[in-house]
Write a protein that binds this ligand. Sequence first.
Ligand code: AMP
Ligand code: GLY
Length: 424
Amino acid sequence: MNVLLIGGGGREHALAWKLAQSPALGRLYCAPGNAGIADVAEPAGLDVADHAAVAAFCTDKRIGLIVVGPEAPLVAGLTDELEAAGIAVFGPSKAASALEGSKGYTKDLCAEYGIPTAAYGRFTDAASAKSYLSGQALPIVVKADGLAAGKGVVIAETRAEAEDAIEACFQGAFGDAGAEVVIEEFLTGEEASFFALVDGETALPLATAQDHKRAYDGDQGPNTGGMGAYSPAPVMTPDLCARVMDEIVLPTVKAMKARGTPFKGVLYAGLMIRDGAPKLIEYNVRFGDPEAQVLMMRLKTDLLPALLATAQGRLGGMTLAWHDDAALCVVMAAKGYPGAYEKGTEIEGLDAESGSDDAVVFHAGTARDGNRILAAGGRVLGVTARGADIAQAQARAYAAVDAIHWPGGFCRRDIGWRAVKRGT
Ligand code: AMP
Ligand code: GLY
């Protein structure tokens, strides 16, 4: 079967790497891809925003499955148009993508179905948002309702900071995404990422993972898309996973079906765990990045049939097998990220680890220039390794990081610290 993969980050390189190992795969295409993905997939040369062009490409190349990596094309309705053209798509419809595309939508769904989450208010004007603040405890969380590339969340320590965040949203700091604001109770505890394949009706949990969202060591500095990840997540005991399925994921799957907008794809629940109890922070409607890198390293089962079964509503009875090994991913980012950063700096030493089973360097923001590999984004590489436990995976990942020569980049040196400290 021929497959078209949409996206061009570390997540998509990990998915492409795993799909390329499938005996069921014919040709693998990717749009837009990156310099690493080009080793395992043919560039499709498509404008992903041009849905008609994507559909025409699929017909022309006899694509049997489209795998959509990032959220933006999903929220823009790519799935709906391709399914209307008779093509199987791994990724939810536009309506079901509201679980990520509108934070207020998800909060209302949680309220309606009793799904544990932070207390909240939804607002379409600054005055009522500000008046909600009085009487609320600090810190308090102010969020743009729509997609804001991870930048639309402010944890305000003071009322003045919260008011500034509200003003910024309504003054257009996040464009249309800020036309509505959600204000939330601040949750404390340990964060974890929970993933399940969902085919509209059946949900199949994946292995557990945790990421590090802050830019600098010690979980300090600004929020990012994720500076590293590891799997399994020690905090996610089997009991807790069962609770997340029963209290959060399955009620959501049922609710989406009841609303006539069944969810199909991978549901990513961002969780806060406190005293052994899970609360939903937010949903995403795609794999996490860099969580996908560690999950793909640990997945034993062929990915292609699993994604196809998800797309075709055939997940019932399916199981997934995982390597017992742990996996850990260290993100190398351009200096300055998540603020302004330089593009086009050269990366050397990338071949050192290729061919090794224990470590894989997934490309996120890279471009090829003749024989040179250049940085072309904020997060640039996801150096990922397997080991008997998190500590060994961590040592192997950093050994692979140290083999790379890239003066224009930086990484955290403490990815996985929490798990290593627990001795898992
Ligand atoms: P989100 O984009 O909603 O996942 O928020 C990004 C990050 O902000 C999360 O991963 C959390 O670290 C933090 N965050 C968001 N909402 C809350 C909350 N209600 N309480 C505490 N932290 C939060
Ligand atoms: N690692 C966080 C995300 O993918 O949103």
